[in-house]
Design a protein around this ligand. Structure first.
Ligand code: 1PW
Length: 215
C-alpha cells in the first residue's frame, strides 16, 4: 500500500534530493540541501546505534538552518549564496574567533559541507568496491582524506571506533534499499557526480569569500 511505500527508506530518494539543490543559475537551495541531510541521517541511524553520536550533530545543524529558513529573515536563507551574502553584509558571522554569532548559518553549513565531502569520497569508494571490500576501511579512508582534518583527536578516535562496527558491504547495500549490487553501482554513478557538483559550487563560494576556516 501507499503507506508502506512511504515508510520504505531508499538511498536513491535521498540522493535524488541533492539533484533538486541546484537552481538554474547554479545556486544551492538550502531547503533541499537540508532535506538531503535529513535523509542521510535516517540512513546513518539505520546502520546502528553507534552512528547516533555522529548523526546527532548533523541533526542539530540541520535544525539551526531550518530555524533560519523559517525565521523572520527566511527570505535571505533560500539559497546558500543569498545566505552568505546576507550574513556577511550584516556582520552576522564570526570570522576569526567565536563571538556574538557562534551559530551563524554560514559556519553551520560549512560543517555539513565538510561532511558532504566525506560522503562523496565514501560513496565513490563504495561504487568502485568489490565483493570483498570492507566498508569500515572505505569509510575510514574517506574520512582520513577529508573531514578528519577538521576534527580534534577525541572525535577522530570516536569516529574510528564507529567505523569499525559498520555493517559489511552486503548489509550496507540492503539497508540502502536500492536493489542488487548492480543497481546500487548504477545509482551511485548517477548520484556521486551530483553531490560532487553541489560540493564544488559551495566550496568555490566559501573560497571566494574567504570563509573556509570559519570558527
Ligand atoms: C555513512 C554515511 C556517512 C555520512 C555523513 C557523515 C556525517 C559526519 C558527521 C560527523 C560528526 C562527528 C561528531 C561531531 C563533530 C562536530 O564537532 C563537528 N561537526 C561536523 C559535522 O563535522 C564540528 O562542528 P562544531 O563542533 O564546530 O559545531
Amino acid at each position: 500500500s501507499a503507506v508502506i511505500e512511504e515508510q520504505k527508506f531508499s538511498l536513491q530518494e535521498v540522493l535524488d534530493t541533492f539533484k533538486l539543490c541546484l537552481s538554474e543559475n547554479q545556486d544551492v537551495y538550502v531547503e533541499h540541501y537540508v532535506a538531503g541531510w535529513r535523509g542521510l541521517v535516517k540512513f546513518m541511524n539505520s546502520l546502528g546505534n553507534v552512528f547516533t553520536f555522529i548523526s546527532k550533530d548533523a541533526v542539530s545543524k540541520i535544525q539551526i538552518l531550518v530555524n533560519f529558513l523559517n525565521g523572520e529573515n527566511g527570505s535571505h536563507y533560500v539559497t546558500i549564496q543569498s545566505m552568505v551574502k546576507y550574513e556577511l553584509d550584516n556582520q552576522l558571522v564570526d570570522l576569526d574567533k567565536r563571538g556574538s554569532h557562534p551559530e551563524s548559518g554560514s559556519r553551520t553549513l560549512l560543517r555539513l559541507h565538510r561532511a558532504l565531502r566525506w560522503l562523496e569520497l565514501f560513496l565513490e569508494r563504495l561504487r568502485t568496491s568489490t565483493e570483498d571490500s570492507k566498508t569500515s576501511v572505505m569509510c575510514a579512508d574517506a574520512y582520513n582524506e577529508s573531514l578528519s582534518q577538521h576534527h580534534p583527536w577525541l572525535i577522530r578516535k570516536a569516529a574510528g571506533m564507529a567505523f569499525c562496527v559498520l555493517p559489511g558491504r552486503p548489509t550496507f547495500f540492503e539497508v540502502m534499499n536500492v536493489g542488487g549490487a548492480e543497481r546500487v553501482v548504477d545509482m551511485l554513478g548517477d548520484a556521486v557526480p551530483m553531490i560532487s557538483k553541489v560540493y564544488q559550487i559551495t566550496e568555490d563560494l566559501y573560497a571566494q569569500n574567504n570563509l573556509l576556516e570559519l570558527p
